[in-house]
Design a protein around this ligand. Structure first.
Ligand code: IVH
Length: 695
């Protein structure tokens, strides 16, 4: 039996050609199922993706050559089937319920009170706590262990048959495994749970869609729903979907244990993925502690959640409590503050930034979202306005997650009024009236006024005085605005010529605070080279780049005279940044300002030249950073490692010395393990940086 072309017969795991096709197929299916389970359910892959693909192609080839050996639970089913013309409707054997909500501690307390009163119990209730995944509810039916049907919740009574699509989801077993002591599989088992798209997969999918000029999804939930609604399951197969089980529907007699948490453990034993954050607690305080803890970690989780589901853990108590209309009395969803809300876009105003960039800012009807009241959101630039297709008067969806600034994610098209107005970028700068321009290939519209423009002057001065720059104590944004508006400061050097009597005459200033400001300005003259470079406000030169420039060139004159080629040798500097730096130092007015500032007496301690590259502690070492770092920004970590002489590469090869695997590291980690390369985690990285004085 010839093997499929492209397969490598020397690999030990490949099908053995001395076996019958049926045996080869069986062996490949077993291997693929095992790898699938490790990858999707246990998050612990043991072979690289390419190897998995190779085994899959081999199985597909054999199944094509032997159609009589096809099977509905073959892992080859996961790549998708021929498109359907429509989904058929199915009726759930046991309705899929929804949950009552609580929105504050009082409401949660009242739920607990109701439970206790109905049960006539004084003792504290035991609750199973589960993150409320923000995805799509699913019921998957197994008969004699084989997946026979998967359906959406629909209206709770009838849903859509999306079996073909669900079979493509790696964390859904096509056949149950009997991992518990009894070794038995239930005759019928309906597993219920949530299909969702992890945040990382969502970002990647949207990035690829944006690059291909396709429509992006507004959030992971929509992306999951859209992926499941595909009539062509081969498309679903390419989407990063996951399934987590959280309950059961119809089950054969004898399956149910005494506690809900044990039901979930049984499901895990049968091959399902459970949410990693599950916990059983006692009483209201236990529930509230869990709610707060996860609420604080919500933004760091790999998946989106919109609250916590609390379920009485004892199943006999669940039965006693029963249901009211469509929701159980024994469970509640305690929601987190919504991260997305609808509101009205009242107007769009334009702000001018330090580099003249004109940013459209949405003025919104105030709305409570993500735990704060939001009345403004950035619209970024002209491309973003075009992408959203937003008009003034539209109803928009605003999102605020964690500390991230509020964003407009989409427009509610149905709610557009007839008199909605286009967002028009001004032809003249709203602050100084100079012409605006949009360079070719750039999304940003800019004011051409330079330092003529008060807005740019103000922003430049704010930046110069900011904490990460010259750190002028007491010179906040508001005071800069006043100083410029009053004509007391027109340039950076004017700051150093301020007089006590001028400053003390300003609103909310007195002689004492005026003198303090002048003292702070004098003090700020003693700075460091990285701070001074940063303070100049060169486009795209942030703190990290400023520091790299200072360390590389050691003095300002060298940076000032550097060519683009020389700048490219600096870690963290690419062609665009190099171009901005050279352009900055070519402008006569910038050079004049620079000289004037130095003449004011701004100075810094000399930077010692770095030891030759080969003497750095990590000289000659090639490192790879993969996965998510929680405590360090990836760029900062990279820069620090490079300062120690390491080369930080994007891919793992035999030449790699060390792989630093953050959270949810994937194929690079697998490859490193395969090649026997040393691997460490974020803690290991922090220890390494600490050891060499970089933290
Ligand atoms: S239990 C009888 N548990 O929330 C209980 N639901 O409004 C039925 N959901 O449609 C649901 N995570 O899609 C349950 N751990 C969880 C859940 C969960 C998310 C969703 C589910 C359901 C909706 C209820």
């Amino acid at each position: 039996m010839p093997l499929l072309s492209g397969s490598s017969p020397e690999s030990s795991s490949a099908a053995n050609s001395e076996q019958t096709p049926a045996q080869q197929i069986e062996s490949l299916r077993q291997q693929l199922n095992e790898h699938n389970y490790r990858y999707y359910v246990q998050d612990a892959p043991s072979i690289p993706d390419a190897e998995y693909d190779r085994l899959m192609r081999q199985l597909q080839g054999l199944e094509e050559a032997h159609p009589e050996l096809q099977s509905p639970d073959s892992p080859s089913q996961r790549v998708g089937a021929m498109p359907l013309s429509a989904f058929s409707q199915i009726t759930h054997s046991i309705p899929m319920l929804s949950l009552d909500n609580a929105f504050d501690d009082d409401e949660f307390n009242r739920f607990n009170q109701r439970v206790k009163e109905r049960l006539g119990m004084d003792d504290e209730i035991e609750y199973a706590c589960e993150p409320k995944l923000d995805g799509i509810a699913l019921s998957i039916r197994y008969e004699k262990g084989l997946l026979v049907q998967a359906a959406t919740r629909g209206d709770g009574t009838t849903g859509e048959d999306i079996t073909q699509n669900v079979k493509t989801i790696g964390s859904v077993p096509l056949r149950l495994t009997a991992n518990d002591a009894s070794g038995e599989l239930p005759e019928v088992l309906e597993v219920r749970g949530e299909v969702y798209m992890p945040k990382a997969g969502f970002e990647k999918l949207n990035k690829a869609a944006a690059e291909a000029g396709e429509k992006v999804f507004v959030n992971p939930r929509n992306a999951a729903a859209g992926s499941l609604r595909q009539l062509d399951s081969r498309i679903t197969a390419k989407r990063p979907l996951e399934f987590c089980a959280y309950s059961v529907g119809e089950v054969s007699d004898g399956f149910m244990p005494e506690h809900h948490s044990e039901v979930l453990q049984k499901l895990s034993g049968l091959g399902f993925r459970l949410n990693p954050e599950l916990k059983v607690v006692t009483g209201v305080q236990g529930c509230l502690d869990y709610y707060r803890d996860l609420g604080e970690r919500r933004d760091q989780l790999a998946f989106e959640i919109d609250g916590i589901v609390f379920k009485t853990n004892r199943l006999d108590l669940q039965a006693e409590l029963g249901f009211v209309s469509r929701a159980p009395r024994w469970a509640i969803a305690y929601k987190f503050p919504a991260q997305e809300e609808m509101t009205l876009l009242k107007d769009v105003e334009f702000q001018v930034g330090r580099t003249g960039a004109i940013t459209p800012v949405a003025r919104l009807e105030p709305v409570y979202v993500g735990g704060v009241t939001v009345s403004n959101a950035t619209l970024h630039n002209a491309d973003e306005v075009a992408r959203l297709g937003v008009k003034i008067g539209d109803t928009v969806i605003v999102r605020r997650a964690g500390d991230v600034i509020p964003q407009i994610v989409s427009v509610v098209a149905e709610k557009r009024p007839d008199d909605a107005r286009d967002v028009l970028f001004p032809a003249a700068c709203p602050v100084c009236g100079s012409e605006t321009e949009r360079a070719e290939g750039e999304a940003v519209v800019r004011c051409s006024g330079g330092l003529v423009c008060a807005a740019q002057r103000k922003e430049g001065i704010k930046h110069f005085a900011a904490r990460k720059a010259l750190d002028v104590d007491g010179l906040g944004d508001k005071l800069v605005e006043i100083l410029v508006d009053q004509g007391l400061v027109n340039s950076l050097t004017d700051l150093f010529h301020l007089k006590v009597e001028d400053v003390s005459a300003l609103e909310r200033m007195g002689p004492k605070s005026a003198q303090n400001l002048l003292d702070a300005l004098q003090k700020a003259k003693q700075t460091t080279l990285p701070r001074f470079i940063y303070s100049l406000g060169i486009r795209e030169v942030g703190e990290v780049t400023a520091k790299q420039l200072a360390l590389h060139f050691c003095d300002l004159a060298a940076i000032r005279n550097a060519t683009e080629e020389q700048l490219l040798e600096v870690p963290d500097v690419g062609p665009i940044v190099a171009h901005h730096i050279v352009t900055f130092f070519r402008q006569p007015h910038n050079l004049e300002t620079l000289d004037a500032l130095l003449a004011e007496g701004i100075e810094w301690p000399a930077i010692e030249a770095r030891p030759p590259a080969e003497e750095l502690p990590l000289a000659g070492q090639t490192l790879v950073l993969t996965g998510t770092l929680n405590q360090l920004k990836r760029n900062d970590a990279k820069a620090a490692l490079e300062e120690l002489g390491a080369k930080v590469s994007g891919s793992v090869s035999k030449k790699t010395h060390l792989v630093i695997a953050g959270e949810a590291a994937g194929s690079k980690l697998t490859k490193a393990q395969e090649l026997g390369i040393e691997v460490t985690d974020e803690e290991g990285l922090l220890a390494l940086l600490r050891e060499h004085g970089k933290l």
